[in-house]
Design a protein. Structure first.
Length: 146
């Protein structure tokens, strides 16, 4: 396999499957009854443990202050997003298939930030990108109405 194929498999396909399973867990966990604090603490403790094992195996403990700040911001935003999903599932009896279809439109937010902030506009086909954005939006709208 080429590096590009491996990157799409390891960074795209496998996470898609894992995130799909995780979304199902979100619904089950919140139906079983858990407070938002314990929910995030359990996830956080697990992420910490997995990170520690990975760091020990990889032997890469590099970190800069700037990377640390971005990591904290990532954690705050991710936690806020997970709380919103949990509230929608638990308090408002949301359907995970509909919610995931909408929040996975985060792809569009990421693409816009990548284009503008990271200057990735230099390396994209605008026609294909626009077509993908339309399809993502239509898919999210259709799934939300299902």
């Amino acid at each position: 396999m080429t590096d590009k194929q491996l990157s799409l498999l390891i960074g795209g396909f496998i996470p898609a499957v894992l995130f799909g399973v995780v979304a199902t867990f979100q619904k089950v966990i919140n139906k079983e009854g858990i407070g938002m604090g314990p929910y995030l603490m359990g996830i956080g403790a697990t992420i910490f443990a997995v990170g520690a094992v990975y760091a020990l195996c990889d032997r890469d403990f590099a970190a800069t202050t700037r990377a640390g700040v971005y990591t904290v911001l990532f954690g705050v935003m991710w936690s806020a997003a997970m709380i919103c999903v949990a509230i929608a599932l638990k308090r408002y009896n949301g359907q995970i298939g509909q919610i995931v279809s909408i929040y996975n439109m985060n792809t569009l937010v990421t693409v816009v930030i990548g284009l503008v902030v990271l200057s990735e506009w230099k390396n994209v086909n605008p026609t294909r990108l626009l077509a993908a954005a339309v399809l993502i939006t239509l898919g999210g709208v259709l799934a939300a109405q299902a």
